[in-house]
Design a protein around this ligand. Sequence first.
Ligand code: AHR
Length: 328
Amino acid sequence: MSARQRIAKALGAATVGALALGLTACGGGDSGGDDGLTTVGFVAVGPEGAWREANETNIQDTFTEDAGYELKYAPATNLDQKSQIDAFTSFVDEGVDVILLSATEATGWEDSLKRAQEAEIPVILLDRGIEPDDTDLYVTRIAPDNIEVSTAVADWAVAAFPEGANYFVLEGPAGVSVVNERNEGFDAVAGAQASLVKVGAQTANWSTEEAKSVVETVLKSNDNDLQFIFAQNDEMGLGAVQAVQEAGLVPGTDVKIATIDGTRNALESLAAGELSFVAEYNPLFGETALEVVEKVLDGEDVESSIVVPSATFDSPEAAETALPDRKF
Ligand code: AHR
């Protein structure tokens, strides 16, 4: 039974004719139905790092034909938003039953979302938010809470440095929703702690190599007088570890490094005493996404924001305990 048939069923036979007429009028052909599969257009980020690979693999492993879905995976070309908008448009024209969107950029989505709304194709955001977020142009966003995750990092930093510290922030790319949210959550706590002194912030584009280069420069320009680095993802934190080591300093002792994601590599580094704190940003929410899609296509209401629970790891022992069962 295709999604549209399910919506019709949920609305009751009396309205089926009107609904069918309405959907036809919207021009969105119904790409679902012949084989009974629900078609899902996944406008994805594509290759970006370990977190993204875990997240997008989990979505693809969840929306399978056995589960009643045909998932059309459309990764961005080199993280380029235009390629995402083109894929989004194709999915609308094709008349998929639902669109999943992980946006490479927070802005620039209104026209696309309006087209999907006119075609009565529900859009569900995965991970990344878009601006403006007070809109009915998408059904919901499924993600861990970036404010909560980055607040956990700041709370840890306040406790770890009762005498204060000079710190630097390695940010993700400008214009990405989660970067703004992580700055907001972290700054709200750390910014209120006068003894935590921010010596600077710079994007390293989620990259280990780029983060290593940035931190090398920051250490030199601050005469190694840096006690803490907040890296907004694991890959950048691991780059910071390398830079600290190459400066002849001891990560975890001379310079403490905190990261977000909680991938295996980061927990192994935490277990080795290199990283000092890892806040998980749980990428494995495929089952949640499927439940939400089912509800939406059955005409049920869903929350406008669905938070994915995430853990924190603050010691080598905590990392060692988690590693044997780590799924990403
Ligand atoms: O949007 C989630 C972020 O994107 C992750 O923290 C990062 O690793 C990924 O590239």
